[in-house]
Design a protein around this ligand. Sequence first.
Ligand SMILES: [Zn+2]
Length: 241
Amino acid sequence: MTSLFLEDAYLSTVEANVTGVREDGGIVLDQTCFYATSGGQPGDTGFFERENGDKIIIAGTVTGDTKAEIIHVPAPGQATPDIGEKLVLHIDWDRRYNLMRMHTACHLLSVVCPYPITGAAVSETDSRIDFDMTETIDKAEVTARLMELVKANHPIFNRWISEADLEANPDLIKSKNVRPPRGQGDIRLVCIGEESVIDSQPCGGTHVGETAEVGEIHIGKIEKKGKENRRFRIRFGPAPA
Ligand SMILES: [Zn+2]
């Protein structure tokens, strides 16, 4: 299984071959552009097109025993493809693109608020990040700093490094609060800004290519969740007056 979204988040359609159908109906392919639920980002939905034009609606995408194993979950009542069958995969692109914008916004928030992250969830319309912090921050100020990063249109790119390289150069990771997984081979860093000047952190999710694509966002709410926890909500659009 080749996870094509790791190299190209903009690949919305691709051809693939069925390599397995699980007892629960989950479809396994030789390669896929469908992102599987992980790291707070929900998996892709969409459909598979069969050679005769029939569609198999995909309701979700999840990982199996390892992150490299990706299982496409058909909606109830869909036909089962044959092993070896060629399919054309189509992601629900509007939904995925919004998730890419929101996920990237979370990276920007971790730049503006460089505190340890204790939880995160991305959705099509908003995102939340929980920070381990005690300070009180003005949400209008956070919104203004987020929008500065968006408007500056910094490039966003991937950089793969070996665990050994990372150990020798710990400064490659600018966001110290995200620990890369160990023992799974090379690590993908998601870098923002020329020469990663704004940020770099290990992440397996999907992101837009330039910060301006995030578009207008604002902090909708900052909730106090216990003495040392603040929950930030990022929403699309301008802050309500
Ligand atoms: Zn990410």
